[in-house]
Design a protein around this ligand. Structure first.
Ligand code: DC
Length: 229
C-alpha cells in the first residue's frame, strides 16, 4: 500500500525508553526506507539553547534562535545517520541526561514544535520514511500509512536506559534514571501542545517482555504483508 506520493510513511511513537529508536532504525534498513529521529531534533534545539544565555520561557527569544538554526541529517561513511546543527556534528553531544530533560521541557513550547514539525513534514514529503517520536502518528503525519505505538513498563524502560548510559561510560544511579523518565513521561503526555498519546488507529506494542527482533518482526510483518497484498 502506498499513498498518492508513491512513498510510505511509517510512524513509531511512544514514551522514553520504549525502544523506538533501535527498532525504527532496523525497520527502516530492512524495508529500504529513510529513518527520521525526531527526538534528536528536539535534543538539537536543547543543545543550541543550552549554549546561549536566554530566558527559555520567552517565546520571542526562542523564535529568534530557531530562525537561525539549521538542523540536518547526514549519512556518514559507515552509512550511519549523524545529526548536524549549523554544520556541526552533534550526534554524540545530545544523549546526556541534561539534554534529555531540557529537550522534554522545550518540547512543551509551541514555537519549538511548529518549527520542527515544518522540517519533519518537509522530510516526509521527499520520500519514504520511518519516523519515531511522540506525535508522529497523531499530529505530524496523521495520514501515515502505518502507525505503531511502542510502550513498556516504567521499570523496564528505566532499566534499558540505565544500561545504555552505563555502556556509554556514564555511571548514573538506576533510581535517578527512573525519576528522570517519570518526569519526562509526565511532561510529554500532559503538555497542551501535541501531547504523547497513541493515534486511534495505531497498533500498540507492549515491548516489556519482547526482544528487539520480535518487535521488528511484528512491524515488518504488518507492513510487508500489506505491501504485498
Ligand atoms: O525520543 P527522545 O528521548 O530522543 O526525545 C527527547 C524529547 O523530545 C522527549 O522527551 C520529548 C521530545 N519529543 C517530542 O516532544 N516530540 C517528538 N516527536 C520527539 C521528541
Amino acid at each position: 500500500m502506498t499513498n498518492s506520493r508513491n512513498a510510505i510513511i511509517i510512524t513509531i511513537d511512544g514514551p522514553s525508553g520504549a525502544g523506538k529508536g533501535t527498532v525504527a532504525q532496523i525497520v527502516a534498513k530492512k524495508l529500504g526506507l529513510d529513518y527520521l529521529d525526531t527526538g534528536a531534533m528536539y535534543r538539537a534545539v536543547a543543545l543550541l539553547v543550552s549554549r546561549k544565555t536566554i530566558n527559555i520561557d520567552d517565546e520571542e527569544e526562542l523564535k529568534n534562535i530557531l530562525l537561525k538554526a539549521h538542523i540536518t541529517f547526514e549519512r556518514n561513511t559507515d552509512k550511519r545517520i549523524n545529526i548536524e546543527l549549523n554544520g556541526e556534528d552533534i550526534t554524540n553531544k545530545i544523549r546526556t541526561p541534561e539534554i534529555s530533560s531540557l529537550s522534554s521541557y522545550l518540547a512543551t513550547k509551541r514555537v519549538v514544535r511548529t518549527k520542527l514539525k515544518e522540517i519533519q513534514r518537509e522530510v516526509g514529503n521527499k520520500g519514504s520514511i520511518v519516523a519515531d517520536g511522540r506525535d508522529m502518528g497523531t499530529y505530524v503525519f496523521p495520514d501515515a500509512d502505518y502507525k505503531f505505538f511502542m510502550d513498556a513498563t516504567l521499570d523496564e524502560r528505566a532499566g534499558r536506559r540505565w544500561l545504555q548510559l552505563k555502556e556509554s561510560g556514564r555511571d548514573v544511579a538506576l533510581d535517578e534514571v527512573k525519576k528522570e523518565i517519570e518526569l519526562r513521561d509526565r511532561q510529554d503526555s500532559e503538555r497542551s501542545e501535541s501531547p504523547l498519546h497513541p493515534a486511534p488507529n495505531a497498533v500498540i506494542i507492549d515491548t516489556t517482555n519482547l526482544s528487539i527482533d520480535a518487535v521488528v518482526e511484528k512491524i515488518t510483518d504488518i507492513v510487508g504483508g500489506n505491501r504485498q497484498a
